[in-house]
Design a protein around this ligand. Sequence first.
Ligand SMILES: NC(=O)c1ccc[n+]([C@@H]2O[C@H](COP(=O)([O-])OP(=O)(O)OC[C@H]3O[C@@H](n4cnc5c(N)ncnc54)[C@H](O)[C@@H]3O)[C@@H](O)[C@H]2O)c1
Ligand SMILES: [Zn+2]
Ligand SMILES: [Zn+2]
Length: 363
Amino acid sequence: MQTRAAVVESQGQPFTMAEVVLEAPRDDEVLVRMVATGLCHTDITMGSFLPPEMFPNVFGHEGAGVVEEVGAGVRGLEAGDHVVMSFRSCRDCAKCRAGLVGYCDQTLLLNYMGMRMDGSQPISRDGAPLFGSFFGQSSLAAHALAYADNCVKVDPELDLTLAAPYGCGFQTGAGTVLNVIKPAKDDSLVVYGAGAVGLAAIAAAAAEGVESIIAVDPLQSRRDVAARFGATTVDPTAVEDVVARVKELTGGGAAYAIDTTAIPAVVKQAQQALAPRGTVVALGLGAEEYAIDAIDLLQGGKTVTSSIEGDSDPQEMVPRLLGMRAAGTFPMDDLVTTYPADQVNQAVADVTSGAVVKPVLVW
Ligand SMILES: NC(=O)c1ccc[n+]([C@@H]2O[C@H](COP(=O)([O-])OP(=O)(O)OC[C@H]3O[C@@H](n4cnc5c(N)ncnc54)[C@H](O)[C@@H]3O)[C@@H](O)[C@H]2O)c1
Ligand SMILES: [Zn+2]
Ligand SMILES: [Zn+2]
């Protein structure tokens, strides 16, 4: 079928909206008509991170829409279902069976290679295939092919423009608190980078009753939201020593930290500002290497770790967070700003400047 997609034509280029052709769904695929697609920082990073030979490429991994057609082998979904799309997993390997679907044996092939498992590419233009199948969706497009494993069925009454970011950004931040850290109420948590991922972590920690939450971000607009969620804020450009300030605010060091900046020096600060036996979870994508203070790591018996999607299974975490939203304990709606899909580059500019937190494109 003919549809529209935001294409990154070559490495480092902005998005261009283009007419493309999408294949009909295969036996294991579903065709989804997009209503809304959240823009995650990963969609922006990929445009400069992937090698030149992996372009033109269609990204997008926070799609939300309506199922139009299902392949003959698809179970559990039918035309008309409303779905939030997330990352793919095989649901059959040892990690998947243990519930750790983000670490599936097939993760790379299922999510990042720009093609289906068999090497075919479902999106084309003028007969030439484009890279796609990103997170089993490539949902920066008016239509996408997805799978039963990465489509989470949601209530048709739900506003899909508000639900789209649950497929990645919100799930990652909240999952890191709910699945990875599991803080006690009297544990302190410092979040470096109060974008969509960091703010979701802060909201989830607040929902869990964590009393000491600190948000570090140079952008006033982001610190303002963090403060509204109950965090004490630090402007890293206004204090002389971020580590000293965080230690002061946490009475000697934080039990936990989450980094969403992917800046090596910030990950190191986060580690240094931990209390002995503290843990920092680095979530950011984009750095080739992180800096670690080896002496501090050893003396403090600290842990530097990471997580894919907050160790979430989207089939469990997306409904759980939507339930918290409905109960009023995960108040993320105000962070969403909608854009007509063809204003994707404006959305990128606004999230980069900090003018908005979570841009969502409407198709
Ligand atoms: N691990 C995963 O599974 C996963 C999932 C989603 C996103 N990500 C990654 O998480 C990161 C965050 O995504 P996002 O959508 O929230 O991005 P974002 O750009 O909205 O947020 C990053 C924030 O970091 C802040 N920042 C910049 N310099 C800083 C500094 N020196 N100290 C403190 N804060 C600073 C920015 O002002 C911004 O608010 C990205 O790298 C993204 O690729 C990872
Ligand atoms: Zn698996
Ligand atoms: Zn993402």
